[in-house]
Design a protein around this ligand. Sequence first.
Ligand SMILES: Cc1cc2nc3c(=O)[nH]c(=O)nc-3n(C[C@H](O)[C@H](O)[C@H](O)COP(=O)(O)OP(=O)(O)OC[C@H]3O[C@@H](n4cnc5c(N)ncnc54)[C@H](O)[C@@H]3O)c2cc1C
Length: 224
Amino acid sequence: MANGIRIGIAGAGLGGVAAAGLLERAGFDVVLYDQAPGFSRLGAGIQFGPNVLKILAQLDGLDKELEAISCLPDYWVSRKWDDGTIMAKIPLNAERSRYGAPYITIHRGDLHQRMLERISPERVRWGHKLIDFSDNGREVALTFENGTVEIVDILIGADGINSCVREKLFGMDEAVYTGWIAHRAIISGQAAKALGLMSMLSGGLTTGISSVIIWIVRKANSTS
Ligand SMILES: Cc1cc2nc3c(=O)[nH]c(=O)nc-3n(C[C@H](O)[C@H](O)[C@H](O)COP(=O)(O)OP(=O)(O)OC[C@H]3O[C@@H](n4cnc5c(N)ncnc54)[C@H](O)[C@@H]3O)c2cc1C
């Protein structure tokens, strides 16, 4: 162990698991605590750039395993919401050699599962919702909703958008509505073909879905 340092990570989501995998390989005594009762294949599509893939390569070649189950879009295309005018077309895997790693789009659940497989199972404690912690300057005592208390040297807050760690350290933050709303759905490739959506999704740029298409829309509260 790296000087026997115990690190507790609140949250076994993408950030927590990545940190745990890298810290475990660096020799730290890491334990992940998550409020969920266990792993679930949650979420939808998520995108990772080459910089992230280079880091994940350090988790026993996870980059190669992810690439094999991902889509590798050639371009990122931004189109105007009403007439489809191309506003930006950014090369992604079309210029892969320039960045030294791919740009992938993948189901979050598949990604999360593959990342978790890189962590020793005994390092993940499901059903542990962190509700409080106290730092005496030497150690941090973690209190969980299930009544257990654990002592670590360092606490990492990776407990997502409603982080209890952030709230305790920096106080309650009010959410600010920006006026933007995103709708999303997952459609199987077969269904997309049957509905004639392939050419719409690829914007006529290619024969298949080899682009990430972003439709630029008006603000939800805009009248123009
Ligand atoms: C269920 C889910 C589905 C998502 N789907 C998508 C998607 O399809 N596409 C996309 O682009 N992004 C998605 N995201 C968001 C994306 O995963 C995150 O923005 C990004 O991974 C940030 O990672 P993170 O580690 O900060 O937080 P997250 O990946 O959100 O993980 C936070 C983890 O902390 C745990 N947690 C929260 N509070 C506590 C607590 N008090 N004690 C213990 N554990 C706690 C949660 O159970 C969760 O596992 C999703 C997030 C979640 C949680």
